[in-house]
Design a protein around this ligand. Sequence first.
Ligand SMILES: [Zn+2]
Length: 159
Amino acid sequence: MTHDPHQQAQELIACRGDGLTEAQQTWLQAHLASCDSCRDYAEAADQLVRALRSVPIAADPALVRTTQLRARAYAHKLQQQQERMWLIWISCAVVTLFTALTTPLLWQGFAWVGAWIRVPALLWQTGFVMFWIAPALAASLLFAARGTFLGSRNGTPQG
Ligand SMILES: [Zn+2]
């Protein structure tokens, strides 16, 4: 009775993936049948989960290829300047491989932590997307930093 029924419905919607008791499901169905705003919330949650789940699977091969093409173009540019481009290649390959390998694990990890600390599914899924973008940002910074470092080494007079 202390619970707002709409809040309780939204908590149950967030926990649907973990499995609800029969009583919870019955209660939720009854509430959704009589409450437009909670039904909209449930539909929006479903759509977001579907969209997010399709992202890592659909984006992986395209992401890897794009990253490889970018690395190749970048390495080609550096080759004209100096011979140490293999550093770029290795760091790029590591970042690409790491991203490809960790994306599914990361999703599982966020789902597990989200269920463990009992936050709504939408919250940990948003966190996952933020975290997922981080490696790309880190790679950009790495490239920028290395470019500056190698560029300044290259520009240093040898004697
Ligand atoms: Zn409601």
